[in-house]
Write a new protein. Structure first.
Length: 181
């Protein structure tokens, strides 16, 4: 089990567009396992590689016990409907807001077996996939909010972070609480 440090809001890694994967190899498969380990240890349901400081287009999602999904070079092909729901982020702990997302998506991904496949997602799974794809583009859920709401949450973030330095969070052991993206 390898748990990696998570980059927090303010880290340049979170604003960097991740690069496409040239080859699915054992190193990439290990990164996916590390992402799952880190996500589970921090009580998450999604995690992108740039959240652990690696600018590669890979993310993991698991909204239910049996629906673990590795997203390699994901591309959303179809979107349908709109729904608003609360989101949080492992890179912005204790900050939550309602974000509007597509209710249903079809995403094309490369699997760890190096095949291109299409995956349909609705509800929470759709929301988490969209959230993680945003991370791969250097976009945070805060970017979907009105300027007023974003300023309010940034003020709260600064208050929560007062006295702490750096933009890296060590994840030492499995956490408890509400799962976040």
């Amino acid at each position: 089990m390898t748990i990696r440090p998570i980059h927090l809001l303010g880290s340049p890694a979170l604003r960097e567009r991740a690069v496409e994967i040239e080859q699915v190899d054992d190193e990439l498969r290990q990164l996916a396992r590390d992402l799952f380990d880190t996500m589970h240890a921090d009580n998450g349901i999604g995690l992108a590689a740039n959240q652990v400081g690696i600018a590669r287009r890979v993310a993991v999602v698991q909204t239910e016990e049996e629906d673990a999904l590795v997203l390699i070079d994901p591309v959303i092909l179809e979107r349908e409907g709109q729904v608003k729901g609360e989101e949080g982020c492992l890179s912005i702990p204790d900050i939550f807001a309602d974000v509007e997302r597509s209710a249903r998506i079809v995403v094309e991904i490369t699997t760890v077996g190096n095949e291109r496949v299409r995956v349909e997602a609705t509800d929470l799974r759709s929301r988490v996939i969209q959230h993680e794809i945003d991370h791969l583009e250097g976009v945070l859920f805060l970017d979907h909010l009105s300027p007023l709401k974003r300023r309010m949450l940034m003020k709260k973030w600064k208050k929560l972070r007062k006295g702490t330095k750096g933009h890296i969070k060590e994840v030492a052991r499995p956490a408890t609480g509400t799962p976040v993206f």
